[in-house]
Structures are given as C-alpha cells and as structure tokens.
Design a protein around this ligand. Structure first.
Ligand SMILES: [Ca+2]
Ligand SMILES: [Ca+2]
Ligand SMILES: [Ca+2]
Ligand SMILES: [Ca+2]
Length: 293
C-alpha cells in the first residue's frame, strides 16, 4: 500500500500553486474574471475554446474567464503551495518562482509576429511568506509583466489547434533579458531566448532572506490604475548539476556546449553556469565532469 500511496502522490504532485487562501477583487477588477481558482494549477496553453480557439503564444495571451483572475485596486490574491518553494541555488538562473499573467507582445507585422511593445502588463506587487502570517515584499517584481506565456514549442503564433510539444512551465527565462533585447525580433528569435521555457515573470527568493516559502500574495496598491490578471504560479525545477542541455544525463554533449560557450554566459543560456556567477568557466566544467552519468 505505501508504494501505491507514493505513486499516487507523485502523480498528483505538480509544480503549481495548489490552493486559494483568500481573494479580494478590490475595485475595478476585470468584469467576470473574479474566480480565484483560475490561478490554481497549470497556466493556460490553449485558450478561447468555444469562442476563438488558439494556442497561447508570446503574441496571443489567454483571455477566458476560467483561465485568469483579475485583481482590482486595493484587492489581493493569496495562494499556497502544498510543497515549499525553495530558494534553491540549483535552480536555473537562481530563479525560484514564476508568475504567469496575460501579457502579450504587440505584433508589429501581424500575423508574422514581430515584437513591437507589450500589452496587458498590469503590474501588481508580490509578497511571499513561509507561514502565511509574516509577509516579505519581493522588491522590483511586477506580477503581471514580461514574459508572455508560450504554451507549445512546436506551434505557430496563432494556431487554432494545440501543439504536441508543451513548453516547460517550471523553467524560467533568463532574468537578465529585458524587452529591449527582443524589440523588433520575430517569433523564431524569441524562441531562441525562450528555449523550452513557457515564459512568465521570473522571481528569485534570495532577496527575501527566506530559504523557502509556501504562500504568495499579489496586491494592487490604492494608487494603481491597472488591474493585473494572474493565470498561474509555478515552482522552478532544479537543474541536475552538470546537465547543460537538461536531457537528464551528464555527458560529453554537455561538456562540448560548455566549452563552446566559455566566458560570460550568453543571454538566454546555454545553462552551463552551475555556481550562479553567470560566467561559464573551469569551475562549471568541473561540475560537469564531477557529475558524469
Ligand atoms: Ca534563488
Ligand atoms: Ca489559469
Ligand atoms: Ca545532458
Ligand atoms: Ca559559473
């Protein structure tokens, strides 16, 4: 019986926020988008079913009332995780938490997909807590902001059927990247930066001084004129030390990628930095060799 229990637990366990603790829509939340359960579980990969079905891509955010919850002025959303979210140095880029909203890039060359600004970036302050009582503000993070969600690696921008290769919602975008880096860029170039990531707002817990958190609170201050929408929140999966290409084994292909990118870590990776200094050097090569599969 214990074996069965653990198998069932493993199947049920997921990297996403598990429960709504509380929700106050505040003033001016988007009409109809007031079910906080929309922020639980996996963020949206395919939106508009029965209305205007399409994949969620960098230019095509989710928009259904059962997919997003909106937070108005003075409002707040509090979610919890069943398993604590760790400030884990083994996480890619040191990022621990990813927040998915409903931002999208403005398509300056519709429908071919050229980044010409962003829309629906509605902010929202982020606080975290280990116990649900004491809260710490994560400075400099806006909950509903870059990067727009991408649901599938193998989909085109506005496909009306789901892709077959889902992105990884537990893998963050390089936090050094900003929107100016991709301005004027097309869909293919964006994918180079996303890799297999599903996007979202990357959050490093290190600034909070908390080793782990189980609660997330998103608030909208009284002075705000915008109401953020939240689709989901994920706990970043740690990278296997030495596994640059993240295929589950550490071997010569990882070593070759690291060697070819020796020096300052390029924007967007490869993920060959294992001591968090954003430089790929001898210490990282030793990590690869020391963890050979
Ligand atoms: Ca961290
Ligand atoms: Ca959702
Ligand atoms: Ca590998
Ligand atoms: Ca390094």
């Amino acid at each position: 019986m214990p074996t069965t229990f653990f198998i069932v637990f493993a199947l049920l366990s997921n990297p996403f926020a598990d429960s709504v603790v509380s929700y106050d829509a505040g003033v001016g939340a988007a009409d109809g988008y007031t079910d906080p359960a929309a922020a639980i579980g996996e963020p949206t990969r395919f939106t508009g079913e029965g209305v205007w079905p399409s994949v969620v891509s960098q230019f095509n955010p989710p928009f259904m009332t059962n997919e997003l919850v909106s937070i108005g002025v003075g409002g707040e959303l509090v979610l919890s995780f069943d398993e604590p979210v760790l400030d884990d140095p083994a996480n890619p880029y040191g990022i621990d938490l990813i927040i998915f909203g409903n931002t999208g890039f403005i398509d300056g060359a519709w429908p071919s997909g050229v980044v010409d600004g962003i829309f629906s970036n509605d902010g929202g302050q982020l606080e975290v807590s280990a116990d649900g009582v004491t809260w710490i503000l994560v400075a400099g993070v806006e909950a509903d902001n870059t990067w727009p969600t991408c649901g599938f690696i193998d989909s085109e921008i506005y496909d009306d059927a789901p892709g077959s290769d889902p992105t990884n919602f537990a893998l963050p975008i390089d936090p050094r990247l900003n929107i100016d880096d991709v301005s004027g860029f097309g869909f293919e170039t964006l994918h180079n930066y996303y890799n297999t990531s599903g996007g979202g707002v990357p959050v490093d817990l290190v600034s909070t001084g908390l080793a782990s958190i189980s609660f997330v609170r998103i608030t909208v201050s009284e002075g705000s004129e915008l109401s953020p929408e939240i689709d989901g929140i994920s706990d970043v999966a740690p990278q296997l030390p030495g596994d640059v290409d993240m295929n589950g084994v550490v071997d010569v292909s990882d070593l070759l990628i690291a060697v070819a990118n020796f020096g300052p870590m390029p924007l967007g990776g490869p993920l060959a930095d294992f001591n968090g200094d954003f430089v790929i050097d001898v210490s990282d090569l030793l990590t690869i060799i020391g963890n050979w599969s």
